[in-house]
Design a protein around this ligand. Structure first.
Ligand code: ZN
Length: 483
């Protein structure tokens, strides 16, 4: 199997700055022992759940309660269909909204969170390391915090961050040795729904109701990052054909964790989003009722290849029942581990498994990346099917679930693909990658990950020029499903 590999474009430089992330599965994984374990919020044995306690921007309590809190519930009430059509809850995740941050004694005088004090929650490395900071939702009503945070990161496609970055979020502190997330923060750019609409301050939609509906997709996406979910690439052709200002015929199939707000339907979790959160915070029902497809992507020498997107599609509903994972995402950067896990597979259903390259628009131009390699993800190879263990085009597991389907390793062959990014012949690129990687502090108990925010972009309402952008990818070869 193989294919169409022409070259690996070495990107020698990209300004990584402060908004790079580990992306495409979990954002933060065990990169100390490379056990393949993700980082998670703390597990409460009494509740039998992983627990996240969230506080709100005191000056914005009303809008947070109205817009954000219901969406916190979306991530903890995840349900998946079973083959008989019934649904079951599949996560053991408890997200509690605790109220105004000012209800905490230590923050009783903080007032609204503004550009003058927000770094208390985004730059936690500068705070007292003996005190765990609260997890906070910040509603940036006029976009000034977003503008300030991304100062110096302006680009041609996003010249004014306050007008094109809709939100950013991440776990902000991690007990790295124990893989436990201790705090997080999400900043939501309320400038996009502030009721002002002019050439410098656009709304997500002309009506407030529609703008808020679209904004919910942003909120849901950013909460996903705070829970340690990375970006996801599923149904790329559909997403690419969509724009907020234009049509989006199959918008209900653009996943919430796609790197860009493309559809008005991203405020609803999709199958891939639900499987991703269930894989990260599984309850027993998820483990018992579904199967997992596991396999490995290799280079031509048989070494693991990270940064390749792998998708499993139910042949009966290929765009709805689809889930993805980037190869090697459960392991640290440059570990040459090419394994993938496609969870939430329904028993007695036939699935096709594909590999494809990640959308270069996100790994390169926008620096809104997919982990584990980001801009170093393999490029310029085609998409193809991965046959099952018996050589057939589809795979399935039998009744009952709880099984693992082991796929044969697949090699992507090219003399121009490096064995791993760190072995690139391009010294400049290599050192730059190390620079990116070195943004991770060395192993310690208390680690600040405030630099690893992920964000979601919007363009359509504000920047018509990018609505027509062309990614330059061979879409026609991407999958067998035409559009
Ligand atoms: Zn994002």
């Amino acid at each position: 199997m193989q294919r169409f590999v022409k070259s690996l474009l070495i990107i020698s430089f990209l300004s990584f700055g402060f908004f790079n992330v580990f992306a495409g599965g979990p954002m933060l994984v065990d990169d100390i022992t490379n056990s393949g374990e993700p980082s998670r919020w703390p597990f409460n044995a009494t509740k039998g759940k992983w627990v996240v306690e969230v506080w709100g921007d005191p000056g914005q309590d009303a809008i947070i309660r109205r817009l954000v809190v219901p969406l916190l519930d979306s991530w903890k009430n995840v349900k998946l269909n079973l083959p008989d059509g019934s649904t079951i809850v599949t996560v053991a995740l408890d997200i509690q909204y605790k109220g105004k941050l000012s209800d905490l004694e230590a923050y009783k005088d903080i007032g609204d969170i503004t550009v003058s004090n927000y770094t208390l929650f985004t730059n936690v490395a500068e705070q007292d390391q003996t005190v765990t900071p609260p997890t906070v939702i910040i509603f940036d009503a006029d976009g000034s915090i977003t503008e300030n945070y991304f100062a110096g990161q302006e680009s041609e496609k996003c010249p004014k961050p306050k007008n094109c970055i809709a939100g950013f979020a991440a776990p902000s502190r991690l007990d790295r040795a124990h893989k436990v997330i201790q705090a997080g923060v999400a900043v939501l750019n309320g400038r996009l729904i502030n009721g002002i609409s002019n050439s410098d301050d656009g709304e997500l939609a002309s009506s407030t109701a529609e703008a808020e509906k679209r904004f919910q997709g942003i909120i849901l996406h950013e909460i996903g990052h705070m829970l340690n979910l990375d970006h996801s690439q599923v149904n790329l052709e559909i997403a690419d054909a969509c724009s907020l200002s234009g049509s989006c015929e199959q918008g209900d199939q653009v996943v919430t964790m796609y790197p860009e707000l493309k559809s008005t339907e991203q405020f609803i979790l999709h199958r891939d989003d639900k499987v991703a959160i269930s894989f990260l915070y599984p309850n027993q029902a998820f483990k018992d009722n579904f199967c997992t497809i596991v396999g490995e992507i290799q280079n031509e020498e048989g070494k693991g290849m990270q940064g390749v997107n792998v998708i499993a599609r139910n042949v009966n509903e290929p765009f709805i029942d689809a889930r993805s994972m980037v190869s090697g995402v459960m392991f640290g950067y440059d570990t040459a581990n090419g394994t993938y896990h496609l969870a939430g597979i329904l028993p007695n259903k036939e699935y096709e498994v594909f590999y494809e390259e990640l959308n270069q628009a996100y790994v390169v131009e926008l620096a809104s990346t997919f982990s584990p390699l980001g801009v170093d993800s393999p490029k310029d190879f085609g998409s193809d099917i991965i046959p099952g263990p018996d050589g057939k085009q589809t795979v399935h597991c039998s009744s009952g679930g709880g099984q693992t389907i082991s796929m044969p390793a697949i090699r992507i062959v090219s003399s121009e693909l490096p064995q791993s990014p760190g072995e690139s012949a391009d010294e400049g690129a290599s050192s730059q990658k190390k620079g990116w990687c070195s943004l991770q502090p060395n192993a310690s108990q208390q680690v600040d990950f405030g630099s690893f925010f992920s964000y979601i972009l919007i363009y359509a309402a504000l920047l018509p020029l990018v609505v027509c952008r062309f990614f330059g990818l061979p879409f026609g070869k991407r999958s067998k499903y035409p559009f």
